[in-house]
Design a binder for this molecule. Structure first.
Ligand code: AMP
Length: 380
């Protein structure tokens, strides 16, 4: 292809609030001069003529949002093979935090983030027999297979897609050898040396090659993008919702925030579910509905929460006091004020202002189960 003609194409959706319609566009990016162009797929007409635009190519990906002159577009797929090859070349791996290790999810996420790998998908789940059978097909018939199946379906666990150059090997290095005794000898800082109980309950799993990763990611996250595994969220008897906001996810603070949260939990409460979501603006409006007209930051809050991936957390507890306790943990809404008067609060430590304030937490006892239900029932 002639250099001046090389362009990336993305199939996008724009939610037209006034018409309550989703409108399809194709977004083009010309490599030779950094211009963009938009085509309206409904009217089959050019919508935006070629114009220079500072498009952040690193931020472009399926399910991500991109803002073009005030219009927030969701990228739904690559528009052609050239674009797919260029953007799909990033290495991926399937990672699992196995049953028996759920309490270490915050520390393990921290280690992943520190390593530079990107968590692209994350869901705490209960593994079903059917999915486990497909995942571990190669071990069927081996002596340890029955124990392996029993272990993997026994307790809450976490499934993840990690991305980054050389990530299959980098994640396996971080995990350490399969047998924890070997791990302790050969790589004492590895996750298996630190968290494995024995060779069956060996804390974590990672694909052994890129082709295994593709197979395993397809099984666990669904080839159609719908994860078939049940979430671990528990709303009984009480629960509250924490949402780690996109700026903090991008800055790789998820593990640190979860560790800070975990340390602050009362003994009658625990993290029952963690999951990454990319909300559309309309979903964000639904979630933030009670704040419309009630806070001057409402529009900026919607823009920020729908700008990229967030991580929702369900905290389950024996007492409804958990809602107030988590509000206290988060600190004043404006991180500037939090830094002045509640230095140890999450918003003081991880946020910047009243919009990019690191975490959203449920405000009211009545709202908390509705917010948990939004992420962990409605969006499943
Ligand atoms: P792999 O597919 O090699 O990651 O193996 C999957 C899992 O099977 C390991 O992480 C262990 O939990 C289990 N496993 C593998 N080899 C053995 C073994 N020799 N004895 C018991 N469990 C094993």
């Amino acid at each position: 292809m002639a250099e001046y003609r090389k362009r990336y194409a993305f199939n996008c959706e724009y939610y037209d609030v006034a018409a309550d319609l989703i409108r399809p566009y194709t977004l083009f990016y010309y490599l030779s001069d950094g211009t963009i162009e938009m085509f309206d797929e409904r009217t089959k007409r050019c919508f935006l003529k070629r114009t220079t635009f500072p498009l952040d190519l690193d931020a472009l990906d399926i399910d991500r949002h991109v803002k073009i002159f005030g219009r927030q577009l969701k990228i739904v797929s690559y528009g052609d093979a050239f674009t797919k090859t260029a953007f799909d070349s990033v290495e991926r791996t399937y990672a699992m935090i196995k049953p028996g290790t759920f309490e270490h999810v915050p520390s393990i996420i921290s280690r992943i983030e520190e390593s530079g790998l990107v968590i692209h998908r994350l869901k705490s789940a209960r593994m079903s027999e059917e999915i486990a059978g497909r995942l571990y097909k190669e071990h069927d018939g081996k002596s340890f297979y029955p124990n392996l199946m029993k272990m993997i379906t026994s307790e809450p666990m976490c499934v993840m897609e990690l991305r980054g150059e050389g990530c299959v090997k980098r994640w396996r290095d971080l995990m350490g050898p399969t047998n924890p005794e070997t791990a302790k000898r050969e790589n004492p800082r590895s996750l298996r040396a630190l968290y494995a109980k024995n060779i069956t309950y060996n804390a974590v799993h990672g694909s052994d090659s890129s082709s295994s990763a593709e197979r395993e990611l397809g099984i666990v996250f669904g080839d159609d993008g719908k994860c078939p595994l049940r979430s671990t969220a528990s709303a009984t008897p009480f629960c509250t919702c924490v949402v780690i906001l996109p700026h903090a996810v991008k800055e790789k603070k998820v593990g640190s925030i979860l560790q800070h949260l975990d340390k602050s939990l009362p003994s009658n409460a625990f993290i029952s579910a963690v999951q990454m979501f990319t909300l559309t603006p309309e979903q964000t409006k639904e979630f933030y509905a009670v704040y419309e007209g009630a806070t001057p930051e409402y529009s900026a809050m919607v823009r920020h929460l729908s700008s990229d991936s967030c991580v929702a957390v369900c905290i389950s507890s024996e007492s409804e006091e958990i809602v107030g306790k988590m509000r206290e943990w988060a600190g004043p809404k404006d991180s500037v004020i939090a830094k002045a008067i509640r230095k140890e609060s999450a918003r003081a430590l991880f946020g910047y202002d009243s919009v990019q304030n690191a975490v959203h937490v449920s405000d009211l006892v009545e709202e908390a189960p509705v917010e948990c239900g939004y992420f962990f029932k409605l969006l499943q």
